[in-house]
Design a protein around this ligand. Structure first.
Ligand SMILES: [Fe+2]
Ligand SMILES: [Fe+2]
Length: 256
């Protein structure tokens, strides 16, 4: 089974680039399941219903979120009925939406789980290690893919080692910078960050001058998404569905 996971899609240019490249990526790699992190889809922060539907229409099967999951108030109006959208299990509020989803892919049960890291994250309710230990009992004999939305490479790598026998893939998101540490740990595909699908000429997706102002001590009320064309970052997983083991993980980075 081939799975494509696309890193944090940022703003309009991110959406446009994913839409343009997704058909050929799917065809080239024979993709059976496409997952994308959508926490920055709407103006760089959060997701609205129109953009959720736009991602589904492009051919994305599951959309994960992160620390910006609830940044757009509109999320409260559609999250509970959005059956292909998951939010991190260990952030507040706990009573909105779902944090994992089970799909049938080529006759195999596949579970996609969304968690946030605890290190350097201020909105997290408990360690993802504890949350996962409670969740994973439900996932026995299923292909489990985790989007671990976290800042620290150490936390993401440690999580992969901890759950290598329970997960087929632990994929880091959030930093918006793709790391070159992809590997299979035991039978678990891992990368500490998939990277961003958003404006190339930017500072992790944001307007360069606004971020420079911030670093020079000026008041920046809110950030806007950078201008120009977007890059696409993702990984392709090859999973042996007969034993639920990852065979390989391959990085994809397409620059404008
Ligand atoms: Fe992000
Ligand atoms: Fe994030």
């Amino acid at each position: 089974m081939k799975v494509l996971f696309i890193g944090d899609i940022v703003g309009k240019s991110g959406r446009a680039t994913v839409k343009a490249l997704l058909p050929s990526l799917k065809q080239t790699h024979g993709i059976d399941l496409t997952i994308a992190n959508g926490e920055n889809v709407t103006h760089g922060k959060g997701i609205n219903e129109a953009h959720y539907k736009e991602l589904l229409a492009m051919g994305i099967d599951v959309i994960t979120l992160g620390n910006h999951a609830f940044s757009k108030a509109e999320i409260y109006t559609f999250l509970d009925k959005a059956d292909r959208l998951i939010r991190p299990a260990n952030i507040l509020p706990k009573d909105k939406g779902r944090s994992w989803i089970e799909l049938n892919v080529k006759g195999n049960p596949v579970v996609v789980v969304n968690l946030c890291g605890q290190v350097f994250m201020d909105t997290v309710t408990e360690s993802p290690f504890i949350t996962m230990s409670n969740l994973q009992r439900q996932f026995k004999d299923k292909i489990v893919i985790v989007d671990l939305h976290a800042e620290a490479t150490s936390e993401k790598t440690a999580f992969a080692y901890q759950y290598q026998n329970h997960c087929c893939a632990v994929l880091g998101t959030h930093t918006h910078v793709q790391t070159a540490d992809e590997r299979v740990i035991g039978s678990c595909a891992f990368i500490s960050d998939v990277g961003m699908s958003g404006p190339y000429d930017s500072i992790i997706g944001r307007d360069v001058n606004e971020v420079l102002d911030k670093f020079h001590g000026l008041h920046v009320r809110s950030y806007t998404v950078g201008e120009g064309d977007a890059q696409l970052c993702g990984v392709v997983l090859d999973i042996d569905e007969t034993n639920r083991k990852a065979r390989s993980i391959m990085r994809i980075q397409i620059r404008p």
